[in-house]
Ligand binder design. Structure first.
Ligand code: HEC
Length: 198
């Protein structure tokens, strides 16, 4: 119930606040309150869905308004500056970030075999559903795929004919090892990944 009542409002603020303030707002379900382990995991999956969907919405909104104000190269500068504050989240119980096989920022690389298996699963099944697994010691791992939803993404992630020239120049300057181009609409671009330590 909390999700519907308070979560939306809380997360709108998260984008502009220090992570310290927002951390305490992430709800932590009590495992003993759930009839089965599966229902407890499902609750965590839904919490991570809410967090990452909202975060993605804020990033997209800011990105598009930066592009409107300053053009696509300006939006690259925005993404670069906002990457660390908006795409990473480190709370007491949950940590999340975006990862990708063909990444722009090397910090967003797939980090282990679980990441690789999750990426392969989405690439093969094209599933839009997130999933959560237990990885030992009570730790959970969550993944949600990011497919390219709209043509605007291709200004910075598309094929040569789709890329915006000034944006590409800005990308090359800031990300000399960029691998995140040549995508088409609908392609798997990356994943939201969360590690949960209840
Ligand atoms: C204005 C250029 C621009 C547009 C438009 C854009 N991106 Fe990006 N994208 C970037 C930059 C710059 C980064 C690297 C951010 C960082 O430093 O972590 C990035 C990183 C990412 C990442 C993280 C993985 C990686 O490659 O490092 C994902 C996932 C992603 N973008 C998805 C999208 C999607 C989906 C869209 C469309 C909704 C989109 N992007 C539109 C510039 C853009």
């Amino acid at each position: 119930m909390w999700r519907h009542v308070t979560f939306g409002a809380t997360l709108l603020l998260v984008a502009c606040q220090s992570s310290q303030e927002s951390q305490s707002k992430v709800p932590v379900p009590d495992s003993s309150a759930y009839p089965t382990r599966a229902s407890y995991l499902e609750e965590w999956r839904q919490i991570a869905d809410s967090l990452t969907v909202e975060r993605q919405r804020v990033i997209l909104q800011n990105l598009l308004s930066a592009a409107e104000r300053e053009g696509w190269a300006g939006a690259v500068r925005y993404c670069h500056a906002a990457a660390e504050t908006l795409t990473f989240y480190k709370g007491e119980k949950i940590y999340f970030q975006r990862v990708a096989l063909r990444n722009r920022n090397p910090k967003n690389a797939l980090a282990d075999s679980l990441d690789e298996a999750a990426y392969k699963r989405f690439a093969e099944t094209k599933s839009k559903e997130s999933f959560i697994v237990e990885v030992g010691n009570g730790t959970l791992r969550y993944y949600r795929p990011i497919y390219i939803p709209m043509v605007q993404c291709l200004k910075c992630h598309g094929k040569p004919q789709d890329l915006d020239g000034p944006a590409l120049a800005e990308i090359r300057k800031r990300y000399p090892k960029d691998k995140a181009v040549d995508f088409a609409q609908g392609d798997l671009r990356g994943m939201w990944k969360a590690e949960i330590r209840p």
